[in-house]
Design a protein around this ligand. Structure first.
Ligand SMILES: NC(=O)c1ccc[n+]([C@@H]2O[C@H](COP(=O)([O-])OP(=O)(O)OC[C@H]3O[C@@H](n4cnc5c(N)ncnc54)[C@H](O)[C@@H]3O)[C@@H](O)[C@H]2O)c1
Length: 459
């Protein structure tokens, strides 16, 4: 079969894999290849056990893999054979040198640009899918156009807005697709080619175009706004706990204002994931670079509140459990940074578990999908931390149970049986406010939600 377009994605991670599976699924006339330097990951993409868990992803990959979706480690060949190249490599926070702890580490991204340059024998459209600091496209263009073979490269920005856990739904029906291009004749022509790809399933009015710098910045700003809402409601949850107000009631009252809206107003132990923190750090770094220190301080506050919320959660536990956790068994339900993913990057559960271990507690971690990652995150703490997938088994004999991920299965446990199996007095710390607190209190638990008065049996 001859294909209309040959599309490549470099980087087979949480973004590259699902986005390309969606393009292949919606565009059977295009041949889509995904490459990665990580052989194990590519082998997993080619197997029955995909490297990431996303509801609905297995079915899509199974339907198109080997037909018009291919996973490979042969990067030179793939670059040579494809004329539209998405770059979806990781852009973590830099942990060395200038900008350490703040700026985006662009080493993987730059290496990719140099590989594209090295192996290209014909013109390419190169699309930034990774989240990048503003003006990165300019650097990419400079590297690519430093070639002496007269090959033309057009660089577009097409940031990804999918959320882990709902990636398939988000990709099937995105709120918007954003495409930034140079406003030259060539840039606009390249942009139209990408618009045409998405128009196979995304309504035209949801495909937004902009200049390339607005597109790069919009991704950082979207994540900053989302994280800011979480930190805003979490900041208020601290005030609720001091004043006997109830954060759920406050959220409802605030969120029914149509100008504000109800989403992202659940208080919790805070946000995690690979993106929010790193993208805000990146934004803060950019602001400082341009001398906008007040703006930088404003956004840095979002991260401070997030750490504060997690530390506050641990302090509440210590305070509630008679000022010592030493030798006590604490069960953690949920280690993923959110429900419906196995991803634990920057998960609040990491910081909280480590703090509990510092207090000499024995922690039993349970999660339906994230235990492999949890083991890696807590490597070296095996004498204080154990891992048990079955939540009922994990909680047996524990002094306290804390819920750190909003997995649906935790709502539906038999809490009479949970209580019966635990040491007394039994403590329940609901870091996601997903349980029926009144019912748990009546069963006998001392219940500590977030942003609400605790319910205890003590005088
Ligand atoms: N994870 C999300 O929810 C999400 C959402 C939107 C945007 N993003 C952004 O998308 C980008 C990718 O994120 P991710 O979560 O998919 O990362 P990831 O770590 O899951 O995947 C990145 C992949 O790139 C590969 N890679 C690195 N250098 C390479 C090279 N030179 N050649 C080939 N492969 C290479 C890595 O091996 C890895 O498999 C990041 O910039 C991130 O900020 C992520």
């Amino acid at each position: 079969m001859t294909f209309e377009k040959h599309i490549l994605c470099i980087g087979a991670g949480y973004v590259g894999g699902p986005t390309m599976a969606m393009i292949a699924c919606r565009c059977p006339r295009y041949r889509v290849t995904v490459v990665d330097v990580n052989r194990e990951k590519i082998d997993q993409w080619n197997s029955d056990e995909l490297p990431i868990y996303e509801p609905g992803l297995d079915e899509i990959v199974r339907a198109v893999r080997g037909k018009n979706l291919f996973f490979s480690t042969d990067i030179p060949k793939a670059i040579e054979e494809n004329d539209i190249i998405f770059v979806s490599v990781n852009t973590p926070t830099k942990n060395y040198g200038v900008g350490a702890g703040m700026a985006a580490d662009l080493q993987f991204w730059e290496k990719t640009a140099r590989e594209i340059l090295k192996y290209s024998k014909s013109p390419k459209i190169v699309i930034e899918k990774s989240t990048l600091p503003v003006k990165t496209a300019l650097a990419m263009e400079r590297i690519l156009n430093s070639n002496h073979h007269g090959i033309a490269f057009d660089v577009l920005s097409n940031p990804e807005f999918l959320a882990e856990g709902t990636a398939v739904r988000d990709l099937t029906s995105p709120d918007r697709v954003l495409i930034g291009s140079e406003e030259t004749e060539r840039g606009l022509r390249a942009r139209d080619i990408l618009v045409e790809i998405y128009a196979n399933w995304v309504p035209r009015e949801r495909i937004l175009t902009s200049n390339i710098w607005s597109s790069e910045l919009s991704k950082l700003v979207s994540n900053a706004f989302l994280a800011q809402r979480i930190s805003s409601i979490n900041a208020i949850s601290a005030l609720c706990e001091k004043t006997d107000a109830d954060i759920t009631e406050v959220s409802r009252a605030v969120g029914t204002d149509s100008r504000i809206g109800p989403k992202f107003l659940n208080s919790s132990v805070g946000f995690g994931g690979s993106c929010f923190k790193k993208d805000i750090l990146n934004l803060v770094y950019l602001c400082r670079h341009y001398g906008l220190n007040e703006v930088a301080d404003y956004w840095e506050g979002v991260l401070k509140i997030n750490d504060y919320q997690q530390d506050r959660f641990v302090l509440t536990m210590i305070d509630a459990m008679f000022n010592t956790l030493s030798g006590k068994k604490i069960c953690v339900w949920g280690f993923a940074f959110k429900a419906d993913t196995g991803d634990t990057r920057e998960s609040p559960a990491i910081r909280i578990t480590k703090r509990l271990v510092e207090e000499n507690a024995l922690v039993i971690v349970s999660d339906p999908k994230a235990l492999k990652n949890a083991r890696a995150d807590l490597c070296g703490l095996e004498d204080r931390v154990s891992f048990v997938e079955d939540p009922m088994e994990a909680v047996k004999g524990c002094h306290a149970l804390c819920v750190l991920t909003e997995w649906d299965l935790y709502r539906h446990q038999d809490f009479e049986a949970v209580y019966a199996s635990m040491a007394k007095p039994s403590f329940l710390f609901d870091g996601r406010n997903i349980l029926d607190h009144g019912k748990c209190f009546r069963i006998g638990f001392n219940v500590y939600p977030i942003g609400k008065p605790p319910m205890t049996h003590f005088q």
